[in-house]
Structure formats: C-alpha cells, structure tokens
Design a protein around this ligand. Structure first.
Ligand code: 4AD
Ligand code: MG
Length: 433
C-alpha cells in the first residue's frame, strides 16, 4: 500500500526529501502551460513551490482544473516530490490530483496598474499578496518577536494600557478627540504615563500597542495610527536607558539577518549588524554639522527634518542624538542639574536619511519640580492629576523610551515609505481598506 499524502508547506517541500507524497494547499501565484504540461507556482504562508501537472498523469478533470486555475485561485494538489533544478528551491511536486477550492476572477492588479502606488494601496486587501508586501510583513514579525524575547530575557513585565485617555502625553496639536459619553476623550499618543504608574508595582515594564497621532504631515515617515514599543525602568538614568535601546535595536537587526535573508533579498536590502555602542552625537554637535551644510537652526528649536537628515547622512549606523533643549521636548523631561535648559533625553536615529526611530529620556520624579514645570508651560494641571500624584508616593529616578514599529521595520527592511511597513496603513488620506 502506498504512503498517504502528507499535508506539507512550501518550505517543508523545498527543504525536504524527494520521493515524499505530499498535499499542497495554497494560492496560484503564476501558471503557464506548454503542450500537455501545466506548471503552477503555488504560494502558501511559508513561500513558493512549483507543481508540474502532466496530462495523463491524472484524470482529465484534474488536468482541466490545473489548466483553468486562474491567478490567486485557492487550490489543493497531491503528488510526489521530485528534484528539478529550474523550480524554486530545486524541487517540484509532480501532481496526481488537483482541485480548485475557490476560483479567482481575473486579477485586477496588472503590471500597469501596479505602477500606481495609490492604486496598490486602494487595493491593499489584495496587493498584500505580492512578494514585497509579504517580505515586509515577515520582517516586521521578526522585529516584534525580537522585542518580546529581549524584554522577557531582561526581566521586563508586559503591560497594557487604555487607548481612550484624557491626558496629552506628547502635546495637544496631534490629539484625536472624540466624544466619550458626553465627555471629551482622546486616543492615546503614548502609554508612557501608564508605564510610569506601573513602575512601583513591577519596576521594569514594556508595552506593545497602537498609538494615534493626528499628524497633518504627509511624509514617508508618518502614520496616524502606528504601533509603538515602549519601555520604562525605575532606578535607571538616561545613560542606561540608551543602552537598553541600542541592545533592543541590535537584537531586532540580528534576528532579521539570521532568519529573513530571502525576504531581505526580495526587497533588495543589504542589512549590516550595527556595532555597539552606537555613536552619540549631541544636539550642539548636530547643530554645527547642520550649519556647515547650510541648514543652521536656532538653539532651542527641535532639529528640523532637513537638518536631522543631513546629520544622519554623515553616519553609516544608527546613532543617538542627545541633550535636546527643554523647549524642544515634552514637559515631563528632566534637565541636567547644571544645565537647566538641556534635557536628559535622546532620539535614536537611523542613517541613510531615514531619521528618528525612537525617543527616550529621564522623567521628572520630584513632585514640586513637576508641578512647577506644568505651571511654567501653562498646561492644565487637572488633566495630569494622577500623573502628578504618583510623585507623592515613592517615585524614584526613572527613564524610558518609545520606538515606532513601522519606522523600525521601514529602516530594517529598506522600505521607501512607512505605509509599506503596515498591513493596512492609516494616513491623513486613508481610512480604507
Ligand atoms: O517620539 P515620540 O512622540 O515619543 C513618545 O511618545 C514618548 N512618550 C515615548 C516614551 O518615552 N515612552 O514617539 C515615539 C516613537 C517615535 O520615535 C517614532 O518612531 C514613532 O513613535 N512615531 C511615529 N511613527 C509613525 N507615525 C507617526 N506619526 C509617529 N509619531 C511617532
Ligand atoms: Mg520623538
């Protein structure tokens, strides 16, 4: 009696043995017929495998099914694995049974249509089946997975926090506002305040959840909804906070290099492991670099995008831009004892002109100092009441950061636009699909 057909993935088949009897389930990526043969490239969640269907090797019904299996039809086929140098992975399945499970209509994403980026994103529910979109999502999975591993290995607890909030963590200008049973509420810009509240309970925490910004900017690095990885630690000051960020980023890169070579190749990306410690460039140094390139800016301003880009082009690895002026940072930032206008903070910036991946810093932990800061910036103290109250009950020095998942994936995968790092991106002009 012959062996039963074993359900097998494309990856199983291309890395397995010849002679195995397999069942393939997937979607038709490409197909061509020559004489009495049909060659079908099938995609599943693991990759691509070639089926060769020979007239006479299966019933007429099976052969006609294979011949009529349009692009993106869902199919199930059974057969025997054979060596074939021309097939992806060097093996193909010589088919003895072929069934179309769900036939696809004529595929709307033609080569000509695919030249329009906005058409591809209008049809994103379909275009995500393309090899580049798949590669980007698999790299994103590794980026997130590396964070889960890093934080578990380093004793951080994973917390969650509400998305409906009242306080503005990162300023009022990018808040989404909504009606919450007659009260004004906002969508969370950052879970940082909740992480800080969790410190006396858990000491080291991290979080992985969506953040919302009503950014009007239409740029290759802004989404209105994105995923953020944030971490916060008690009894940790800014220098150590930067070490956590560089180790985390380094682990993300290492994981992608280790596991996603094929995907990097599909995207035409050469990714190098950055050497630690990453360079640290101060705000003042960045200002003089920018000035030499004719992109000078006033001390106290946030680093303008063009200047940040110019500095990033002088580096070939990610780097920290440190010591931002208080006027360029949110109210909660701690300043140096001997430099009251300079914050203990840094941005982690990707080279190649990509720009900011993370922002982090040390927070004010003293009650008097924080209330003073809130008052001096004319902020509504009542909306920060519980955040302030934390400072009355044992708040030690503490630091943390937030790193954008799509920005990091964009840099690691070498994507031109941040929207390609999101399965269903949200931007100022996109609410669908
Ligand atoms: O720099 P941001 O605004 O910092 C914070 O929210 C801090 N409260 C985080 C913390 O210390 N816990 O945002 C952090 C990161 C940015 O560096 C960027 O990678 C990403 O979030 N980000 C965006 N990504 C995509 N689209 C946007 N509109 C983004 N805004 C911020
Ligand atoms: Mg920032």
């Amino acid at each position: 009696m012959s062996q039963p057909f074993k359900p097998s993935s494309a990856a199983d088949i291309t890395s397995g043995r010849s002679g195995e009897r397999v069942e393939v389930r997937g979607w038709v990526a490409r197909r061509h017929s020559v004489g009495g043969m049909v060659f079908t490239i099938v995609r599943d969640g693991t990759g691509y495998v070639q089926l060769s269907v020979k007239k006479g090797a299966l019933g007429d019904e099976g052969f006609d099914a294979a011949k009529g299996a349009t692009k993106e039809s869902a199919i199930v086929a059974r057969g025997t694995v054979k060596e074939d140098k021309r097939a992806p992975g060097g093996r193909e399945v010589s088919v003895s049974e072929f069934t179309v499970v769900a036939k696809a209509e004529s595929w709307p994403i033609t080569r000509t249509a695919a030249k329009s980026g906005s058409y591809l994103f209008d049809k994103r529910h379909l275009s995500i089946r393309g090899p580049k979109a798949i590669a980007a999502m698999k790299i994103r999975t590794e980026v997130i997975g590396a964070a889960f591993d890093y934080f578990r290995e380093n004793g951080f607890q994973l917390i969650s926090a509400p998305s409906f909030v009242q306080a503005a963590v990162e300023g009022g200008s990018t808040l989404f506002t909504l009606d919450y049973f007659g009260k004004e509420a906002h969508l969370s810009q950052s879970a940082q305040f909740y992480e800080e509240a969790a410190l006396p309970a858990l000491e080291r925490v991290w979080i992985f959840q969506p953040a919302f910004r009503a950014e009007k900017s239409k740029t290759p690095k802004h989404l209105t909804e994105f995923w953020m990885i944030e971490a916060e630690q008690a009894f940790v000051e800014q220098p150590e906070n930067m070490k956590v960020q560089e180790r985390l980023l380094s682990k993300m890169v290492e994981r992608v290099i280790e596991r996603r070579q094929a995907e990097l190749k599909t995207l035409g990306r050469t990714l190098k492991q950055p050497e630690l410690p990453l360079p640290r460039i101060s705000y003042d140094e960045a200002r003089s670099i920018a000035e030499k390139k004719g992109l000078g800016f006033e001390w106290g301003e946030d680093v303008p995008t063009e200047a940040e880009r110019a500095v990033s082009l002088t580096q070939d690895s990610p780097f920290f831009l440190t010591d931002y002026p208080l006027t360029a940072r949110s109210f909660y930032h701690m300043t140096y004892e001997d430099r009251p206008k300079v914050t203990k903070s840094a941005d982690l910036i990707a080279p190649e002109g990509i720009g900011e991946l993370a922002t982090g810093g040390q927070r004010i932990h003293d009650y008097g100092e924080l209330i003073e800061r809130i008052r001096s910036q004319d902020l509504p103290a009542e909306s920060f009441s519980w955040y302030l109250e934390l400072r009355k009950y044992g708040m030690p020095p503490h630091s943390g950061f937030g790193i954008g998942v799509e920005r990091t994936t964009r840099w690691i995968a070498g994507l031109k636009h941040i929207r390609s790092a999101s399965l269903f991106p949200r931007t100022t002009t996109r609410l669908s699909p």
